[in-house]
Design a protein around this ligand. Structure first.
Ligand SMILES: Nc1ncnc2c1ncn2[C@@H]1O[C@H](COP(=O)(O)OP(=O)(O)O)[C@@H](O)[C@H]1O
Ligand SMILES: [Mg+2]
Length: 235
């Protein structure tokens, strides 16, 4: 699903954000990306949806050589990738529906189909009843759930989450982690950046650690209790 081969990224000005990073992520895995602030987590995620280009090396996502993709093909790549950010990034003057129906709208789907997809995505995060609310009328946890619905609306093969629980505390962070694990259960590959050790332990599975741009370790953890909670849930 994802393959990085000897990927380095330096920003103008000389900062080395990633240094010869190589790894593979098979389809359907849930991978946690961790490391101190400045270690290169965000840069790595941005390379995957081609928000940045590597300075050297190859980035392959879903069979596409992302680093060599012509600009006009970038939208096709992005349709297959959902992205969730720490700061939610919802548009304040738009309703929940308008926020999450962005992609179906630019794909030219009619309103009925946009609405059906929006409700379906919101149902997955337990917020189908807030279709007409504005972000300011929602709590932080709810806003992040809307952002997850927006990322899921096109049923992407890959979901990227950059410190999605960074602005939320304990219970809410756990709720978000459960939603991401549910995506994995449905077959989506998930890459989540976080430095929340407790959350990492409770998710388990696979953890990639970056240290000043280098891949310092690639560990398999025992499945955590949150993973068990998702797999035991009835369909
Ligand atoms: N747009 C940018 N321009 C210049 N330097 C950047 C930029 N983005 C990140 N960096 C630098 O790259 C390094 C890695 O940053 P980042 O990928 O944001 O790490 P993390 O997400 O792990 O905190 C840091 O030293 C940071 O200052
Ligand atoms: Mg970051």
């Amino acid at each position: 699903m994802i393959r990085l081969h000897s990927v380095s990224k330096s920003y103008p000005g000389g900062q080395t954000a990633l240094d010869e990073v190589t790894f593979e992520i098979p389809r359907g895995q849930f991978v946690i990306l961790t490391g101190a602030s400045g270690a290169g987590k965000t840069t790595l995620l941005r390379l995957l949806y081609r928000e940045e280009l590597p300075t050297s090396g190859q980035v392959l996502v879903a069979g596409r050589n992302v680093s060599a993709l012509p600009a006009r093909k970038v939208p096709y790549l992005r349709r297959n990738i959902g992205v969730v950010f720490q700061s939610f990034r919802l548009i304040e003057r738009k309703t929940v529906f308008e926020n999450i129906a962005y992609l179906p709208r630019i794909l030219g789907y009619d309103t009925t189909r946009q609405r059906r997809l929006a409700i379906e995505a919101l149902r997955r995060v337990g917020l189908a009843h807030r279709l007409q609310a504005f972000p300011s009328q929602l709590s932080g946890g709810e806003q992040q759930r809307v952002a997850i619905a927006r990322a899921l609306i096109n049923d992407p093969e890959l979901l990227l989450a950059d410190e999605p629980t960074g602005n939320l505390d304990g219970d809410l962070a756990q709720q978000i982690a459960l939603l991401l694990l549910d995506c994995q259960r449905r077959g989506t590959t998930v890459v989540m950046a976080t430095h929340d050790r407790e959350l990492i332990r409770r998710i388990g599975q696979r953890v990639l650690t970056l240290d000043r741009g280098r891949l310092a370790s690639d560990e398999r953890l025992p499945p955590g209790d949150l993973l068990a909670a998702v797999t035991e849930e009835p369909e």
